[in-house]
Design a protein around this ligand. Structure first.
Ligand code: UD1
Ligand code: MG
Length: 454
């Protein structure tokens, strides 16, 4: 039988140092609130249930967690009396009984599921607690792991540590796995007789030892367990996340020509042999199939790119963009809620919004779908094998049926039937020799101006 697991995620912090109107754990890394990163890591480590401890912005934090784990239970910690007190806020979720309890912080978004799994494996081998530690040259502020003969005998918080203990470089990351059967009785035994007057979660280590329990530690990389307290640390965590994702993308078969200039969202999905040129930003919800080329300086969000499509340079794909096989969206084009079907091309300086462009249709330079009348959005439907001349304005709602041809410079306000030619511009007038007259007149005007005294 696989061991059951509950993850308790502490997210009650004020986050004062973020200087923000939102709770700290709501700030995003790769487009996803930090608290949701912790939830996803817990889920990937085989968590059966998630319990969230909230404080500030409780409703918004709950929503952010439930977006990735809809069944999460939520416990509001009304008063912040310390990390042990915070875990106990989730008592009702702990009581039903799980083999393993994972405790995570909502402001530590880089923790990897492999680390959580490793901590759980230590419990499976018989330990009562497994603490996730990390080593740092500057341990100031962290709880220190005090070890004896391969076991952890206590965690000493900075403010309670002796001069010798402060020299220890092995620190508590805050993440722990605890045997579910004993966790409540350990937490209930924690007091607040310490330098901060708080109920320290870290005290359960010494309490478990006194009761004959076994406490082990595993080591995680310091980067992985970075907690975020201010926006400088938020940016540092974002940078680490992006580096990880770039490596993953390349190892999974995408070419990033200048990886350090490409930015992903947590849910960006790339196929095989995708080539991403420098300075490309992937917003939320981008799915890219095999063999796609994304040229430099493009920005994509909420877009689906089928096999063999080509985007940019300098393209902006907005939500609802759906490119069929081999479709092309070229330089300085913007698309939104637009299905551009197989083989269609929108190559230069166009805006295509609330529209369908049928297969193999060619949209000329400077074409605009006029989708907004100031109050409402309207749809433009263009069929297959249509030729849209350059500088066409399509005033929606309007449709152009298969095989039609639109003369450049047209303002199309009425539907165009299949295979028809539509031209909607004033006729050209040619006046023979008139240019010569105009030149003579303008030259005379200039001469008159320069002969006048100032
Ligand atoms: C804690 C650990 C310390 C560890 C460090 C790692 C304790 C007593 N100390 O210290 O050993 O090295 O994290 O960063 O656990 N929280 C609540 N409710 C509370 C108190 C805290 O939800 O009542 C949440 C906070 O929002 C935060 C996390 O728990 O996400 C840790 O609390 P914090 O006050 O930052 O603890 P540290 O002093 O950093
Ligand atoms: Mg902290």
């Amino acid at each position: 039988m696989p061991r059951t697991c509950l993850s308790v995620i502490l997210a009650a912090g004020e986050g004062t140092r973020m200087k923000s109107s939102r709770a700290k754990v709501l700030h995003e890394v790769a487009g996803l609130p930090m608290v949701a990163h912790a939830v996803l890591a817990a889920k990937a480590a085989g968590t059966d249930a998630v319990a969230l401890v909230t404080g500030r912005d409780a409703e918004a934090v709950e929503k952010a967690a439930r977006a990735v784990a809809p069944q999460s239970t939520v416990h509001v910690q009304a008063e912040r009396l310390g990390t042990a007190h915070a875990v106990l806020a989730a008592r009702a979720s702990i009581e039903p009984g799980f083999d393993d309890l994972l405790i995570l912080f909502g402001d530590t978004p880089l923790v990897r599921s492999q680390t959580l799994e490793a901590a759980r494996a230590v419990l499976a081998e018989g330990a009562d607690i497994c603490v996730v530690g990390f080593r740092t040259a500057d341990p100031t502020g962290y709880g220190r792991l005090i070890e004896r003969e391969g076991d952890v005998i206590a965690i000493r918080e900075e403010k309670d540590a002796s001069a010798d203990e402060k020299k220890i470089g092995f620190c508590n990351a805050g993440i722990m796995a605890v045997r579910g059967e004993t966790v409540l009785s350990l937490l209930d035994a924690v007091g607040n007789n310490n330098a901060k007057g708080e109920y320290y979660l870290t005290d359960i280590v010494a309490i478990a030892r006194e009761r004959g329990g076994v406490v082990k530690a595993i080591e995680a990389g310091a980067e992985e367990v970075l907690g975020v307290n201010n926006r400088v640390e938020l940016a540092a965590v974002e940078a680490i996340w992006q580096d990880r994702k770039r490596r993953e993308a390349m190892l999974a078969g995408a070419t990033l020509i200048a990886p350090e200039t490409v930015f992903f969202s947590f849910d960006t999905a790339l196929g095989l042999d995708v080539v991403v040129e420098p300075n490309v930003v992937f917003g939320l919800g981008v799915v890219v199939a095999d063999g796609v080329a994304i040229h430099a300086f493009s920005h994509l969000e909420g877009a689906k790119l089928a096999r063999g499509t080509s985007v940019g340079p300098y393209a902006r794909l907005r939500p609802g963009t759906d490119l069929g096989e081999g479709a092309k969206v070229g330089n300085f084009c913007e698309t939104k809620n637009a299905r551009i079907e197989a083989g269609a091309k929108v190559n230069h300086l166009s805006y295509i919004g609330d529209a369908r462009i049928g297969s193999n249709t060619n949209v000329g330079a400077g074409t605009i779908t006029c989708n907004y009348d100031g109050l409402n959005k309207w749809f433009t439907d263009i069929g297959a094998n249509v030729f849209v001349g350059s500088d066409t304005a399509l005033v929606a709602p309007v449709s152009v049926a298969d095989g039609a041809f639109i003369g450049s410079g047209s303002v199309i306000t009425e539907d165009v039937p299949a295979d028809a030619l539509a031209i909607a511009r004033s006729r050209q007038v040619v006046k023979e020799g008139r240019a010569v007259e105009i030149r003579a007149r303008t030259a005379a005007m200039k001469a008159q101006k320069s002969s006048k005294p100032a």
